[in-house]
Design a protein. Structure first.
Length: 103
């Protein structure tokens, strides 16, 4: 009789452990969710690492050469050097410009 009660208790405990393993947040479902998050995080980290490499290269280029600094000043600040002429071309063309272009 005692053996039967102990056996039933062990089977019940095993059943409860199985339920927890399959259906709780820290069971198989939780592991699957964490694996999905891990894949997403690794992809994001790869993108951020690539961005960091580009920024490091840009910083090194700015520290080493004047040409990169000049290029940055031209694009960001609109630098015009001595003996240079600055032209702005708009998307609009008048009839005279179209006639000249057609010739």
């Amino acid at each position: 009789m005692l053996l039967r009660v102990v056996s039933i208790a062990l089977v019940a405990a095993l059943g409860l452990l199985q339920l927890r393993l399959w259906f709780s947040e820290d069971g198989f479902r939780g592991v699957a969710q964490l694996r999905g998050q891990l894949v997403q995080q690794r992809a994001e980290n790869r993108g951020l690492a690539e961005r960091n490499r580009r920024l490091e290269a840009e910083v090194a280029d700015l520290r080493q050469g004047f040409s990169a600094l000049e290029e940055r000043a031209r694009s960001d600040l609109g630098l015009i050097g001595p003996n240079e002429t600055f032209y702005i071309f708009t998307g609009k063309q008048d009839a005279q410009a179209r006639d000249l272009a057609a010739r």
